[in-house]
Design a protein around this ligand. Structure first.
Ligand code: TXA
Ligand code: MG
Length: 307
């Protein structure tokens, strides 16, 4: 059920869960201090209880109320990337944030989303915790329709249109004096270099411990996905609009091979579309670089193709 700002704000303040738009993906939101509503978020998604939630706020000052001493680079990152698709994991003041939000960790993830409706909503409701608005394991939701398809047409969704980025925020975790990447996302690792003076590393296997969500199966449609560099003569191929594919193949083209932003913005819609059309198997053109935002695409596709 598509609702407006006034209704979304009233529902959230009365302890209900509402799907909200952001520039990355839709979130399944609850007030940060309402444990019953947060329990409902975990239940609706069927989310593992050990997977903590991101707190969404409307300005950096709010974060100071919930955290211990902030790293010196907090301000410059906030200035450069917020509102926007960056999530920062910081040392929490544990008595200020319910344990269920942090899944028991001593840290808290924060982000200021770049969506005018949701920024206005946050002014009215205060901080909102929100995981992506999809059933756990399924492709994320980058439109109202995607949310409705997972939670039903009566589920309240603040109508904010299609998400412009269409892929989740990049997560930076501050550890032992430097920022590391906990999850690749809508900001490429090299975009941090001018701000931080270094490119944050991905911490590989350790990231599994530092960023709990990375442990679980993700983003996967029912359809079997195969990342390939050569193509079968027929069958469904997901590829680039500027390339040639076998004549008998059925094509889904998700953008030009020089435009990873565009391709990412169609990622979840494309994956969900396979199931809607009852396509059982699709071959994805994996001839693209392993750098910048392409790396985010490859990471999502690798996860989505793992059963
Ligand atoms: O773009 C986004 O980040 C979207 C929109 C709705 O804001 N949200 C999102 O939430 O992707 P979710 O719950 O699907 O993914 C959040 C990720 C999970 O992998 C979780 O483990 C990690 O953030 N995370 C949350 N709190 C953390 C913490 N304290 N330390 C490390 N990782 C954390
Ligand atoms: Mg998610």
């Amino acid at each position: 059920m598509r609702i407006n700002l006034t209704k979304a704000s009233a529902l959230l303040l009365s302890g209900k869960v509402v799907a909200i738009p952001t520039e990355t993906v839709y979130g399944l939101a609850a007030c940060f201090n309402n444990e019953l509503a947060i329990k409902e978020v975990y239940k609706l998604k069927n989310r593992p209880p050990k997977n903590p939630l991101i707190m969404h706020v409307d300005r950096p000052e709010v974060i100071r109320e919930f955290t211990k001493e902030l790293p010196a680079t907090f301000e410059i990152l906030a200035k450069a990337f917020w509102p926007g698709p960056l999530t920062l994991v910081l040392q929490a003041l544990e008595d200020k944030i319910p344990e269920i939000v942090r899944a028991g960790l001593p840290t808290q993830a924060f982000r200021i989303p770049d969506h005018s409706l949701t920024l206005e909503l946050l002014k009215q409701t205060g901080p909102l915790v929100a995981p992506s608005a999809n059933l756990s394991g399924r492709p994320s939701a980058s439109s109202e329709t995607h949310v409705e398809s997972d939670f039903g047409s009566n589920f309240p969704v603040l109508a904010g249109g299609a998400c412009t980025k269409g892929v989740e925020s990049t997560i930076l975790i501050y550890q032992e004096g430097e920022w590391i990447i906990g999850r690749l996302g809508a900001i490429a690792a090299n975009s941090f270099e001018p701000i931080l003076g270094y490119i944050p590393k991905e911490i590989g296997v350790n990231a599994l411990l530092a960023c709990p969500g990375q442990r679980y199966r993700h983003y996967a449609p029912e359809a079997a996905l195969k990342l390939v560099k050569e193509f079968p003569a027929s069958g469904w191929i997901i590829g680039f609009s500027d390339r040639q594919y076998p004549k008998k193949a059925d094509l889904i083209l998700w953008g030009h091979s020089d435009n990873p932003e565009k391709v990412l913005s169609h990622l979840y819609d494309t994956l969900r579309g396979l199931d809607l059309r009852n396509i059982k198997e699709a071959f994805i053109d994996a001839n693209f670089p392993d750098t910048g935002l392409w790396k985010t695409l490859k990471e999502r596709l690798n996860k989505a193709s793992t059963k």
